[in-house]
Design a protein around this ligand. Structure first.
Ligand code: FNR
Length: 382
């Protein structure tokens, strides 16, 4: 059995959320092999213990894309976050900023850009999908810029949806989904009361604002389904590069050739990611894809990585494998679903402590010092 704050929060989230939401968060594509390997490959990376290195003063501070952070972590964009806890995007953003880090707001958030940014002290990051409806994209970018947001995360690994069979089992999708979800809301009244779902459709902030009408979950699933754009290529991104004057990060890179293309395109950063195993099952875990990508482009742009990070030790592992920083996905979502803002704050403080121990016992005093020398040579596993 694996013990961590993330697994404890996961269990608490399972009890609190209706099944359709818990499995939407927890699940992955097809047989979920990549999802499982994200966690096991990363956790298996053997750290190299070093001693007597005077690690009495350690610093986790770092700078990512021109922003000073207390540790090299940013919360990943996660759709529907406001359905896991009341105004969840605001709660998560506040916990992140109180901890000295930041949140990336998903395109498909419940709370609109303006609400989340209005409750924060510094600019959050914003994530955008490639969608057929370029009008929506332009509108979202204009609103994000006007709200003061400067860092854009552009997610490119969703030209087509990966099938998530768990969603069909749980009532998130498929026949009679609406009735099944309503039934689950009724049988989870504490949750339905918290997020304000009793009897009312949930409004999906950014999409509703654009469409000019309230949107429920069914509208959202329909809208997103109609908006995947398989025709997208690098040249389609040029108008965004011209339009967006702040740092632009390409999320969903898993191959060194694509990482090099991101450099040629002029991206400021990439996120090495397989979308948490939610798109193509059978692709490499991020931990296994990362070293070759770092070999190809380290130093040319900022390398972020996600997928499978469940502890502070995993953060140190990702950085040792070649990342400059990481995004946390499910780890923070489980904590938010279980304990709201306080849950996320607690999770982040545990991550910080875990990172400190991992750095002390691998003999490094700063984030910059973390490198391949912190790992057992030859890719040995625990
Ligand atoms: C996601 N992810 C995601 N990514 C994105 O760019 N936009 C989005 O709206 C979402 N939505 C979303 C919902 C849920 C429920 C999950 C779990 C994930 C992917 C996310 O940003 C990140 O890449 C993964 O979560 C990382 O994997 P781990 O850490 O969750 O294993």
């Amino acid at each position: 059995m694996i013990i961590s704050a993330s697994t404890d929060y996961r269990e608490a989230a399972r009890r609190r959320l209706p099944p359709f939401l818990f499995h939407y968060i927890d699940g992955g594509a097809y047989a979920e092999r990549t999802l499982a390997r994200n966690v096991s490959d990363l956790g298996d990376v053997a750290l190299r213990q070093r001693v007597l290195k005077d690690v009495s003063s350690l610093s986790l501070e770092t700078e990512l894309l021109g922003e000073k952070l207390s540790m090299p972590i940013v919360l990943a964009p996660v759709g529907l976050t406001g359905m896991y806890a009341r105004r969840g995007e605001v709660q998560a953003a506040r916990a992140a900023q109180k901890a000295g880090i930041n949140l990336t707001l998903s395109t498909v958030s419940v709370c609109p850009i303006e609400e989340v940014q209005g409750r924060c002290d510094k600019p959050i990051w914003f994530q955008l999908y490639v969608l057929k409806d370029r009008g929506f994209m332009k509108n979202a970018l204009e609103r994000a810029w006007a709200a003061g947001i400067r860092t854009l995360v552009f997610t490119v690994d969703m030209p087509v949806p990966g099938a998530r069979y768990r969603d069909a089992h749980s009532g998130m999708s498929g026949p009679n989904a609406e009735i099944r979800r309503l039934w689950q809301a009724v049988t989870h009244p504490h949750w339905a009361f918290d997020v304000g779902l009793m009897g009312t459709p949930h409004d999906l902030g950014n999409v509703s604002k654009y469409l000019g009408k309230a949107t429920g979950l069914a509208d959202y699933i329909g809208w997103l389904g109609a908006n995947f754009d398989p025709s997208i290529s690098w040249k389609d991104l040029e108008w965004i590069r011209d339009f967006w004057k702040g740092p632009m990060v390409i999320k969903g890179i898993l191959d060194p050739e694509d990482a090099k293309d991101a450099v040629s395109f002029g991206a400021d950063g990439i996120v090495v990611s397989n979308h948490g195993g939610r798109q193509l099952d059978g692709v490499l875990s991020s931990a296994r894809a990362l070293p070759a990508i770092a070999d190809a482009v380290k130093g040319d742009l900022t390398i972020l990585a996600d997928s499978g990070i469940r502890t502070g030790l995993d953060v140190v592992r990702m950085i040792a494998l070649g990342a400059d920083g990481v995004l946390l996905g499910r780890a923070f979502i489980y904590a938010l679903a279980a304990g709201g803002e306080a849950g996320v704050s607690n999770l982040l403080s545990l991550f910080e402590k875990e990172m400190r121990v991992a750095m002390a016992l691998t003999g490094v005093k700063s984030i910059r010092e973390i490198g391949p020398q912190c790992l057992v040579p030859g890719g040995m596993t625990v």
